[in-house]
Write a protein that binds this ligand. Structure first.
Ligand SMILES: Nc1ncnc2c1ncn2[C@@H]1O[C@H](COP(=O)(O)OP(=O)(O)O)[C@@H](O)[C@H]1O
Ligand SMILES: [Mg+2]
Length: 390
């Protein structure tokens, strides 16, 4: 996503300080921009000021010093209720009104906005649908009848129902078991693609931060230590605190943050033939491209529309004129969005050192080799980053 978010910032914090009456300084001279449509993750240890920063944005907390701009306007000059209607707020666990049905919970902001009855109904149905809880089945239930994951989904639906420009999320999945958490993260990523909202997401889980964030802001003791894209934090941590926090010297951890498409997979000189090719043609091509499995040479076979059918081992064929098609076997593959960690697992599980990178339509996006992963670790070790330069 690099470079996409270079337009006008949606939210700007300018030298913001927050000192509570108790004297505790929760936020120190924080300057940060959140761009339109990006997901910015705030991360740091407990007590470092993440929640306070989020609440400063929707004015549940007001700055002691400094300014916060929303769409170019100082939030202190805005009506706080109107401001909060423009910003959905999702918090951990306790977010729902227990005495209201699921649909009434989701209808809260549309009703506050005095939306006509029919429009409220449609909005509630649409938002519950978006989070996978159709209103017919779930609308009349009570929050206590739902699982933790379902409650968080309703929380997200409620935040979306006001059609906010921004969604603020404070450890929204923090109380969920790891599996449910993973599912909800994926759902939020998919929703985000569809809705294009600006999201500020607080977490203390670095894995979640790297997965969800277009950019990640690391905080410590009320201060911003570093903000950047996940890979930038890994390859150029500002100090030891960030390096330790993101695990920059832990290659396996790094592998779970780096996506296959960011490596990037190789796309040139691949041994790919059409399904009509002969073994003779396949052999010539394999010799030119030089990618092999041990001493065994192989080609990938695609159909007329470019979809990958599998691979064909071309050792020990009988006649140059035989079609490769008859020898095609399924080839292990990985999606461009998968982590390098998952790709490595797949290699190990399948006993292969080359992995096809395929999109949803089984079209080839390249080839990831074990050698590439080795070079990735070498680059990382030498401080040259976690991608492969051409
Ligand atoms: N309402 C408050 N009154 C006094 N101190 C507070 C208040 N809210 C937060 N703090 C203090 O500010 C610091 C940052 O808190 P918080 O923003 O909740 O951190 P985080 O969300 O990163 O765990 C902590 O030391 C906390 O005790
Ligand atoms: Mg907090």
């Amino acid at each position: 996503m690099s470079g996409v978010f270079s337009g006008e910032p949606h939210i700007v914090l300018e030298n913001v300080w927050k000192t509570f009456e108790s004297g505790s300084v929760a936020v120190r001279n924080l300057s940060l921009e959140v761009y339109c449509g990006e997901t910015l993750v705030l991360i740091g240890p407990s007590g470092c000021g993440k929640t306070t920063t989020l609440r400063l944005v929707n004015r549940l907390v007001e700055p002691t010093k400094g300014r916060i701009l929303f769409d170019g306007e100082n939030t202190l000059d805005m009506n706080p209720d109107r401001l909060r209607q423009r910003m959905g707020y999702v918090i951990q666990g306790i977010g729902l009104f227990p005495h209201m049905s699921v649909e009434d919970n989701v209808a809260v902001v549309p009703r506050l906005k005095k939306m006509p009855r029919q429009a409220v109904k449609e909005t509630v149905a649409r938002c519950l649908e978006l989070v996978g809880l159709p209103v017919q089945a779930w609308g009349k239930r009570w929050p206590r009848e739902l699982s933790g994951g379902q409650r968080q989904r309703v929380g997200v639906a409620r935040a979306l129902a006001g059609d906010p420009e921004v969604i603020l999320m404070d450890e929204p999945f923090g109380a969920l078991d790891p599996l449910t958490r993973e599912v909800l993260q994926d759902e939020l990523l998919a929703l985000r693609e569809r809705l294009g909202k600006t999201i500020v997401f607080v977490t203390h889980d670095i894995h979640e931060a790297m997965k969800m964030g277009d950019r990640v802001a690391v905080m410590k003791g009320g201060e911003l230590v570093q903000v950047g894209e996940p890979l930038a934090l890994l390859s150029r941590p500002a100090d030891n605190f960030v390096a330790d926090f993101v695990g920059a010297d832990n290659h396996l951890a790094m592998f779970s943050f780096v996506k296959v498409k960011d490596v990037p997979p190789r796309t040139e000189n691949l041994p790919v033939v059409g399904e009509g090719a002969t073994f003779g043609e396949a052999l010539d091509l394999a010799e030119r491209t030089g990618i092999q499995y041990g001493r065994r040479r192989f080609v990938y076979v695609v159909d007329a529309t470019g979809r990958v059918l599998g691979y064909a081992d071309i050792e020990g064929f009988r006649a140059r004129n035989d079609p490769v098609r008859a020898a095609v076997k399924p080839a292990p593959s990985v999606a461009p969005e998968s982590s390098v960690h998952d790709a490595l697992l797949r290699m190990v599980e399948n006993g292969v050192i080359n992995l096809l990178v395929l999109d949803d339509n089984r079209r080839m996006k390249g080839l990831l080799t074990f050698g590439d992963l080795n070079r990735l670790i070498e680059n990382q070790r030498r401080g040259e980053g976690c991608t492969l330069k051409p």
